[in-house]
Ligand binder design. Structure first.
Ligand code: LMR
Length: 332
């Protein structure tokens, strides 16, 4: 039931392939984890000049893996060429956070990169290109991209909080002993940072309210939240490198659900341009619960929010407003 190659090709761009996330995500995309098992893909990989030979090595490996779905590989150090005709752009390139650094420390290094890549995308990507920003500070990088690529609709520029969402599902699964596939509808509010608010108040485990199944509110309001908030740092400490396979896998989940739709009755978390829903600040990229259909996301409306949640949602929104101001300063 494959779609016609000519009409159905998706060009994907995985930036900075020598980065760990890039190296992890290419084989996932080539195997259909991002756009489904019937969708041929052409991978566009971009890296910096000093990595040119190594990038060529990755192109060789992708050919050697003989993927049935892989219809082409473009390996380049030219950003214009990398962006040419892409339908999906996964922005994994950036200066990585090292142990002991806060996301703010990487800000000045990364916002300048995103400003210059915005115009390359705007000029070269396919109309309707969907953009996912993974590199930190992810929310603010995607905001910069939106500001400097004004012809790309804001709704097409998103950032990844699916990794945090999946981490929250994983923690609830570990705690309850119920398989992660039966845990649904957690929410990550706000920033992909340690101020994010992982909210379990609407989550279910095997169809029952998560709070009932776990039966330990002090855990859910305490260690659960801090574990998810600090998971990125915990991985950096344990691996000596930031998360890569989980980030790559979650990026595939993000794009797949965006393009192919979320299952009935399920929402996922995505960083999207805020319309002020749930009292979030406008004109920043904030993570909300969203459902997706026909390639479009919609913020899930009407969820009840208690006072404790509202305070946490405000704190992470405040941080994003601050980050935005800092980013604009760095660009001046
Ligand atoms: C993560 O969440 O694993 C990454 O964003 C790395 C980090 O800086 O925490």
């Amino acid at each position: 039931s494959g779609r016609s190659i000519q009409h159905g090709l998706h060009h994907l761009e995985a930036r900075e392939v020598l980065g760990q996330i890039g190296y992890a995500i290419c084989p996932m995309i080539a195997r259909g984890a991002m756009l489904g098992p019937d969708q041929p893909v052409i991978l566009h990989m971009l890296d910096i000049e000093p990595a040119k030979t190594a990038l060529e090595g990755v192109r060789m490996e992708l050919i050697d893996a003989a993927y049935p779905l892989l219809a082409g590989v473009v390996a380049t150090t030219n950003v214009e060429e990398a962006c040419k005709g892409v339908d999906v752009a996964v922005m994994v390139g950036g200066f990585p956070r090292k142990a002991g650094m806060e996301r703010k420390d990487v800000m000045s290094k990364n916002v300048a990169i995103y400003k210059s890549q915005a115009s390359a995308l705007e000029k070269n990507a396919a109309p309707g290109c969907k953009v996912l920003v993974v590199a930190n500070p992810a929310n603010t990088n995607s905001l910069i991209l939106k500001e400097y690529a004004p012809s790309i609709p804001a709704e097409n520029i998103t950032c990844m909080t699916r990794l945090d969402h999946n981490r929250a599902l994983g923690q609830l699964s570990e705690r309850s002993g119920v398989h992660v596939s039966k845990v649904r509808n957690v929410i990550i509010w706000g920033n992909h940072s340690s101020t994010q608010y992982p909210d379990v108040n609407h989550a279910t485990i095997d169809g029952k309210p998560a709070r009932e199944v776990i039966g330990d509110d002090s855990y859910l309001d305490g260690d659960f939240i801090s574990t998810v908030q600090q998971r990125g740092a915990a991985i950096i400490k344990a691996r000596g490198l930031s998360s890569a396979l989980s980030a790559a896998s979650s990026a595939c989940d993000h794009v797949r659900d965006w393009v192919l739709g979320t299952p009935e009755g399920t929402w996922v978390s995505m960083g999207v341009y805020s319309d002020g829903s749930y009292g979030a600040p406008k004109d920043i990229v904030y993570s909300f619960p969203v459902t997706c259909k026909d390639g479009k996301w919609t913020i899930k409306q009407g969820l009840s929010i208690d006072d404790a949640s509202a305070a946490k949602m405000k704190a992470t929104g405040d941080e994003l407003v601050e980050e935005k101001a800092l980013a604009m300063e760095c660009l001046e």
